[in-house]
Write a protein that binds this ligand. Sequence first.
Ligand code: SAM
Length: 277
Amino acid sequence: MKNGIYIVATPIGNISDISERACAVLREADVIACEDTRVAKKLFSLLGIPSASKIFFKLEDHTEAAQAGKLVELAAAGKSIALTSDAGSPLISDPGYKVVRRCQEAGVYVCAIPGPCALICALQLSGLPTNRFMFAGFIPNKDKARADLFNKLKDIDATLIFYETANRIVKTLAMAAEVFCGREVAVAREITKVYEECRRGAAAELTAYFAEHEPRGEMVFMVAPPAEKADSGLDVEALLREELRSCSVKTAVKNLVERFGLNKNEVYQLALRLKDE
Ligand code: SAM
């Protein structure tokens, strides 16, 4: 394998999601740059890849800049380095970006081995518009910082995606109800694991759900784009046809207007036309 740095995505729950290419790189790499060496060694053991001869190099957020230099030296000395995170795609709310930058500046070969990424799987499961989205990382813990972040992002014409934890999701939903009033939200949790689920609805509906079902596991929180902009990415006619299969015109219109914040009169006219067809 060519010396350089290989950004290797690993499973976010289901070990079978590792790619053949990722396995090949992990098998051949001399150095494994990882967040937690125990987690990385466990992955090797689950994959049945021998790790005794490999150098495990712990990469941490706060010392990444200094460690990047060492990784560049190792690559320059002819070593191949696999950059992994505890789970999912490295660099996405995980360390690695400074390493990549330093390697590029030093002329070290950099290669991405794609694979699972929690935010992409969550978006796919959400049923929210995918034509334009913005990933905003972890939601801050403090109430004011959370409110400030939501207010800063609320007018962006895109589906918003955040990483969140189970013990904070109810507070986040309450704040979302205030700031993103009327917009659909979604929570995807335990993706690729036994209890995988994704719920979409009004923030109040999801709050009620989590009051009955204790929030658990890893989760991703998403918010639909602002109403007047959301319809640009929607096939309203197709959605309406689907609704009209099981509902009256009145109910179908009501459902879509509430769900996507569409113009009631326009949707009503379209519904009448479709009903007549
Ligand atoms: N780099 C990883 C990625 O993008 O795939 C994410 C690492 S970040 C430190 C961890 C966060 O990702 C978790 O707190 C959670 O918000 C999200 N996450 C990771 N695995 C998940 C899963 N299986 N289901 C839902 N969310 C997950």
